[in-house]
Ligand binder design. Structure first.
Ligand code: TRP
Length: 327
């Protein structure tokens, strides 16, 4: 049977963390068998908010690919590539930019939220407003049927569908209307109990060492009303308990009980979790070390992915030029 296509991506802004893993990467690894998969390092997208990060983009992109390989993305099954290496995205972005109104982009909730969080009022670039238009080009350059993303990205998928519809209406049916595939754990707490996010500085890296994991868990947010060992705790608001639910599922129920009845203290609870988490990520850490020691192999994987992506995007752009009769 003909496999459906998916595309997803991530901005290379630093090491991947547990939130990226549970919110996306783990799911991508599973999808590889059932879909034709494209996974993209969205390096151009970094420019929309962080021009000062440009000198780090190349190294961060490489680190991201290594994290992906460590997590289990398989270059024999999936196309792993770098956005800026595929110039077709830029051409499609230009065309799509004429197919969406300013007002529609200004109403994008992700955009509004970012402006509020980054306190960027007054310095928003034209390209930043167009962030989802570039994202639509990323997705539709491969005619992706589905896009596995966290909840926060759904407005961008909706915009992509609108752009596809608009294009098809004017120039004939070229593009599918891709669906978002939302991951269950798309809101994962960070060490301070808020959503885990690089910009909040509350992350634990996917490739963190055992020491780093233990250290991070020591200061991780628990029920703030549980001051003494004998106070009953509330696991539902505790980040440590969320980590149990994800990384030590078999122990989660007992953990909640012992927290509520004050039978287990937070320190012991954290130590036990640390043991499980170190074990949970052992294979990933090992594979990471393997790829770190093989830079030529990583280069080859990226080159191969770029070539495959370029071929696929070139086909789509040929159809686009033909259907519009220009270019
Ligand atoms: N906007 C996504 C994020 O911030 C990254 C991204 C860029 C993306 N292009 C994409 C995700 C295409 C899915 C599909 O996480």
């Amino acid at each position: 049977m003909h496999k459906k296509t998916i595309l997803s991506g991530n901005r290379p802004t630093g090491l991947l963390h547990w939130g990226n893993y549970t919110g996306a990467l783990e799911n991508w690894v599973k999808l590889q068998d059932d879909y034709k998969c494209f996974f993209m390092v969205a390096d151009w997208h970094v420019l929309t908010t962080a021009l000062d990060k440009v000198p780090e983009i190349k190294q961060n992109s490489r680190e991201m690919i290594i994290d992906w390989l460590a997590a289990g993305l398989d270059p024999d099954k999936s196309v792993l590539f770098i956005q800026s290496e595929i110039k077709e995205h830029a051409e499609l972005y230009l065309i799509f930019s004429m197919m969406i109104s300013m007002g529609r982009l200004e109403r994008n909730p992700t955009f509004k939220e970012q402006i509020r969080d980054l306190k960027m009022q007054g310095e928003i670039s034209y390209g930043h407003l167009g962030y989802p238009v570039l994202q639509a080009a990323d997705i539709l350059a491969y005619k992706a049927d589905a896009v596995p993303v966290g909840e926060d990205q759904l407005p961008h998928i909706e915009l992509t569908r609108e752009i596809a519809r608009r294009y098809n209406h004017h120039f004939g049916k070229v593009f599918p209307e891709p669906e978002g595939l939302v991951t269950k754990f798309s809101r994962f707490p960070g060490t301070d109990g808020k959503r885990m996010s690089k910009s909040l500085g509350n992350t634990i890296a996917l490739c963190a060492s055992e020491d780093e994991i233990r250290k991070s868990l020591k200061t991780t947010f628990t029920d703030p009303d549980r001051l003494k060992l004998t106070d009953p705790g509330n696991p539902d608001i505790c980040a440590i308990y969320s980590y149990y639910q994800k990384f030590a599922q078999d122990d989660a129920e007992l953990t909640a009980q012992e927290c509520r009845s004050a039978a287990r203290g937070c320190v012991a609870c954290k130590n036990q979790l640390a043991d499980s988490v170190v074990e949970y990520f052992a294979d990933i850490r090992e594979r990471r070390i393997y790829y770190e020691g093989k830079p030529a192999l990583v280069d080859e994987i990226v080159e191969h992915g770029n070539t495959q992506a370029r071929e696929a995007a070139a086909l789509t752009l040929a159809t686009v030029r033909e259907s519009m009769g220009i270019g």
